[in-house]
Design a protein around this ligand. Structure first.
Ligand code: PHE
Length: 455
């Protein structure tokens, strides 16, 4: 019965398409907007080191776990756990993932809206100053409005809804495959400009000379949360994408490649931002506005700056769009497969829900500025609750599932494509990680970072 139900699923059509789609999910606002500001807020180089550890020892194993579960079951985040463990409540992990997708989309579409708006502002010559006061004011005016940021958020939702309705292979694959290399190239250009600014060295040492006294438990939790958010793991996006991946794909290799490429993009974004932060006298801990106040000053200090700035925000918008497609795919695969909704109905209703919830995040800087949940604005609450709580929690259970529930012979068979690849040693190391290290490490960081236990 199940077999038949999933038999007709669409999938990614080529190996390069798969990598592009998975990388398209990983690379997004997380690299270009979040990585720099969270790094800036947590003290720079030492934070980056902790972050790299989190990616390698926690994020990567969880990513592989999800891809394996997804490809093995060929099902959505909830259906996958139901297929493997029909009699136990593991499917709740998938359910929490669907919830996380909604909450992330709620604030992600706010920021994506700002990026879309900046394409037009840059093109229209509205961002031409290099003075910190001017770029800060331009950003503040946008986000503290009501109609304008709401309009852009809804615009974003309509764009991704249209792509999603075009289907998996045709929509997602085509859009992401083309544009990743272009983003990379543009980041390289900005890096060169930023590095040749007078005083760039201070920014570089902020990024690469660690000061370990800055590491606290909440800094470690921030790094862990960022690793989850960055790699799109802990909420079933990689289960869902894994379900579209062909049996012959080398999953461990793909996961490693994606994590490396993704980290490179983040570091390049950091190199684009921090030398300029110090060269122009901004503060590294400016928070979520960092990207939007720094990038215009960098471009306005170089020839053809306006053209490049338009391109930059355009490519950032496209990267954000690739990430949002994978976020949306989680509830949509769930609704179409578990409840037999049509793709159209699932897309429209999901987008409507996100629009309603997301508008509270967008209005966090205006109408709802004083409304708080657990002491945070809606925007900050959605962000914190997902990155720093729900995704790590999801990660614990996904790792526990592969480490303790799933038969190890089956895990190894899935990992080696039924014995075609020789990666037994790697598989043993992976199983050891997800069995012990990953769940314990996440649990400790989570409990300490949330102040539930003290060392
Ligand atoms: N990884 C994406 C980014 O960095 C965000 C994301 C999180 C996408 C979770 C899918 C799932 O922008």
């Amino acid at each position: 019965m199940k077999q038949e139900m999933y038999a007709k699923r669409e999938g990614f059509s080529s190996s390069i398409g798969v990598i592009a789609a998975v990388l398209g999910s990983a690379v997004g606002l997380g690299n270009i907007w979040k990585f720099p500001y969270v790094t800036g807020a947590n003290g720079g180089a030492a934070f980056i080191l902790v972050y790299l550890l989190c990616v390698a020892l926690v994020g990567l194993p969880v990513m592989l776990s999800e891809l394996l579960i997804g490809r093995h079951t060929k099902a959505n985040a909830v259906g996958a756990f139901k297929a493997l463990q029909p009699r136990r409540p593991w499917f709740l992990v998938g359910g929490a993932g669907v919830l996380s997708a909604f909450l992330i989309m709620a604030f992600y579409t706010t920021v994506a809206g700002w990026v879309y708006a900046y394409i037009f502002k840059a093109a229209g010559g509205m961002l031409v100053s290099t003075k910190p006061e001017d770029t800060s004011l331009a950003f503040k005016t946008l986000i503290s409005g009501v109609a304008e940021p709401l309009f852009w958020q809804m615009f974003v939702l309509i764009v991704i809804g249209a792509i999603i309705m075009a289907g998996v292979t045709k929509g997602i694959e085509r859009v992401t495959k083309l544009l990743m290399p272009l983003l990379f190239l543009l980041l390289l250009i900005i890096d060169i400009r930023s590095l040749t600014l007078p005083g760039a060295g201070v920014g570089l040492s902020f990024l690469f000379k660690p000061d370990f006294s800055k590491i606290t438990v909440s800094v470690i939790l921030a790094a862990l949360g960022l690793a989850f958010f960055k790699l799109s793991v802990g909420m079933g996006a990689m289960i869902t994408y894994g379900s579209y991946v062909d049996k012959n794909e080398n999953l461990p290799k793909m996961a490693i490649k994606v994590a490396l490429a993704d980290t490179l993009v983040s570091l390049m974004a950091g190199i684009a931002i921090f030398p300029a932060v110090f060269a122009f006298g901004f503060k590294p801990d400016a928070g979520p506005k960092l990207l939007f106040i720094i990038i215009p000053t960098v471009f306005n200090s170089m020839p053809l700056g306006r053209l490049f700035m338009v391109l930059f925000f355009l490519l950032t918008a496209i990267a954000a769009t690739g990430a949002m497609l994978s976020l949306l795919e989680v509830p949509i695969a769930y609704l179409t497969e578990q409840y037999q909704w049509t793709r159209r109905k699932a897309t429209l209703l999901t987008i409507l829900g996100i629009g309603l919830l997301g508008s509270t995040a967008t209005l966090s800087n205006s109408l709802f500025a004083k409304v708080t949940v657990f002491g945070k604005t809606f925007f900050d609450f959605f962000d914190f609750a997902t990155s720093n709580v729900l995704l790590p929690l999801g990660g614990i259970f996904i790792a526990l599932f592969v480490g303790w529930q799933w038969n190890h012979t089956k895990v190894k068979l899935e990992m080696s494509n039924g014995g075609q690849l020789t990666n037994e040693r790697l598989a043993d190391a992976f199983i050891f990680l997800v069995k012990f290290i990953v769940p314990v490490a996440i649990a400790l960081v989570l409990l300490a970072g949330l102040n539930i236990i003290h060392f």
